[in-house]
Design a protein. Sequence first.
Length: 71
Amino acid sequence: MPTYVQAAVGDVWHWCRNCPSYPMTYAQSEFHSGKERPRDGGLCDRCQRKERDNDCVFSSSALGGTGSFRT
């Protein structure tokens, strides 16, 4: 189940850790279960494509506050 993250600048949500646009640091995060998506802001086109192509590496834990978990 994905954790959606949003960079400090911009309103696009990312959830595939292997997306080239995935932010190294983020301003906020939201945990959603199943097919639920964040209600505000846009969704990353590259993450959507990776998910559709079964090439999305999801984060497995919910995070809070500012930080980074991309390795």
